[in-house]
Design a binder for this molecule. Structure first.
Ligand SMILES: Nc1ncnc2c1ncn2[C@@H]1O[C@H](COP(=O)(O)OP(=O)(O)OP(=O)(O)O)[C@@H](O)[C@H]1O
Length: 475
């Protein structure tokens, strides 16, 4: 299949001349009349092999286009087209990642050689990328798609925490990439060569009591034997508590006791006489702090595992990431299924992907692309290949302020439970105190004032209900 060349020039005559030459060389073309339309095309299509780029354009010049591509991590080879008086600027464009330059007016021979070299570079880059995708089961932080501001901020936080050795809590909807991010953080940390062990906390929900063996350690604490095994396996590396909110309260308390000793007195913490040194990373679909407030998650364990909290946005709020993720999955599955002739996604199909609500997030997108690759009859995925997507699952418009108020109201403490039964007064009081502590980030004076009681009374009630004020303090 012939390569596609993007020709970017605001002058229609120059554009036409270049197009004629490129077509004569047997390549396909796509034309852009300015820098902005060039960036839009490059953002949406992944079948462009080389860009021929004019330097002076009224909307966005060639240098700015190169800067944008560099920031977005786009490695498509670019050949710049300077006028005589712009030859002095070529050095700057090469520093910004341009591969070559063709002085204007462009000569056929020069275009031919320069394009051939650029296509070789592109083929090699693609080959390396494919090899990385195929050979490397784990993605690194630099591989994670982050074209949206939301993900950019997540990756920035992740790079920061990777350098530390403290516990991390990753929160976000199902399938939005929490475990993927946890592994990438591990690979960027000083523990990178050490084990990364996943403890699936959900599995405790389905275990029958005879399947769980609780044993007493030499220090007298109880521990589920499977946790003890995972702690031993993770020594020196990371223990990932996947969906930590699903751990039964009893097990949460055991785990807290063990991590506590490990952190505060590492030399005394041994399993089979080996001192343990483990970084804990936890993931949760449910907001853990809310569960602590409702008394449904052990506040002490929350404190231990949430030195840093990173919230991953759902895919429907990361619209700008969808094209890049979709193309990445397309490349992966086309390679795996030996269907490498499928190289693109039609603009209509891409519009459909951007419109979809993705309740299953990145996992759902990945599966959708896999199915589409298997259904595809041509060289690009079309709307027809995504016929299995439920058209009623569209992105929701952002909540109006009235809806937000209603949502807050529904989350507020209430004296009636879900079955319509009246709750006991102490239960309502405890719930209200937790709510106020959360709202005022654990500031006792403010909470007492809001509740209309004295600080001493508030302290007494906090003690009575076993509320951990520290869990509400500002992080
Ligand atoms: N940034 C990404 N780049 C490539 N693949 C990704 C990315 N994020 C997620 N995925 C893929 O999406 C799928 C779901 O990701 P992951 O398991 O990390 O999500 P999760 O939030 O931990 O899921 P769960 O909530 O079910 O535990 C995986 O197959 C993963 O490879």
């Amino acid at each position: 299949m012939s390569a596609r060349i993007l020709i970017v020039d605001d002058d229609p005559i120059q554009r036409r001349n270049l197009e004629m030459m490129v077509l004569r060389l047997g390549y396909k073309t796509i034309l852009a009349d300015g820098g902005i339309s060039a960036l839009t095309i490059l953002n949406q299509r992944k079948d462009i092999s080389v860009v021929l780029l004019d330097l002076s354009m009224p909307d966005l010049g060639g240098k700015a286009v190169l800067e944008n591509l560099q920031n977005a991590g786009n490695t498509v080879p670019v050949i710049v087209l300077p006028q005589d008086q712009e030859i002095g600027k070529v050095g700057d464009t090469l520093k910004l990642g341009a591969l070559d330059f063709i002085p204007k007016p462009a000569m056929f021979e020069r275009v031919s050689v320069s394009l051939l070299n650029a296509l070789r570079v592109n083929a090699l880059t693609q080959e390396i990328y494919r090899a990385r995708l195929a050979g490397q089961p784990r993605l690194q932080l630099r591989d994670l798609v982050c074209h949206s501001a939301e993900m950019e901020s997540v990756i920035k936080q992740a790079r920061h925490v990777a350098q530390m050795d403290s516990a991390i809590l990753l929160e976000g909807e199902m399938g939005c990439g929490k475990e993927t991010l946890a592994r990438a953080i591990h690979l960027a940390s000083k523990r990178q060569g050490a084990p990364f062990i996943v403890l699936d906390c959900q599995s405790f929900q389905t275990r029958r009591s005879q399947d769980t063996i609780t044993r007493n350690t030499r220090r007298g604490q109880q521990i589920e034997s499977c946790i003890e095994e995972d702690l031993a396996k993770a020594n020196g590396g990371v223990l990932l508590l996947r969906n930590v909110s699903e751990l039964p309260i009893k097990v949460q308390k055991q785990l807290y006791a063990h991590i506590c000793i490990m952190h505060h007195n590492p030399s005394s913490y041994t399993i089979d006489d080996n001192a343990l040194d483990i970084r804990v990373i936890a993931t949760s679909i449910k907001p853990l702090r809310d569960l602590v407030l409702k008394g449904k998650f052990c506040a002490e364990l929350y404190e231990l595992i949430s030195d840093s909290v990173i919230s991953l946005p759902p895919l429907r709020l990361r619209n700008r990431d969808i094209p890049a993720l979709a193309h990445m999955f397309l490349l992966k599955f086309a390679l795996e299924e030996r269907l490498s002739h499928i190289t693109g996604i039609s603009p209509q199909a891409m519009a459909l992907l951007k419109e979809h609500g993705w309740p299953g997030n990145v996992r759902e997108l990945k599966n959708a692309i896999h199915r589409a690759v298997l259904l595809c009859n041509g060289g690009e995925l079309t709307v027809e290949d995504f016929r299995h997507l439920d058209p009623s699952v569209k992105k929701k418009t952002p909540l109006s302020s009235l809806e937000r108020q209603l949502e807050a109201l529904l989350k507020a403490p209430c004296g009636i439970d879900q079955d319509g039964n009246v709750k006991s007064l102490p239960a309502v009081e405890a719930e209200l105190i937790r709510y106020a502590l959360n709202r005022h980030e654990g500031q006792i004076s403010k909470v007492a004032r809001q509740l209309g009681i004295g600080r001493t009374t508030l302290y007494r009630k906090i003690k009575e209900y076993g509320i951990d004020v520290a869990a509400f303090a500002k992080k």
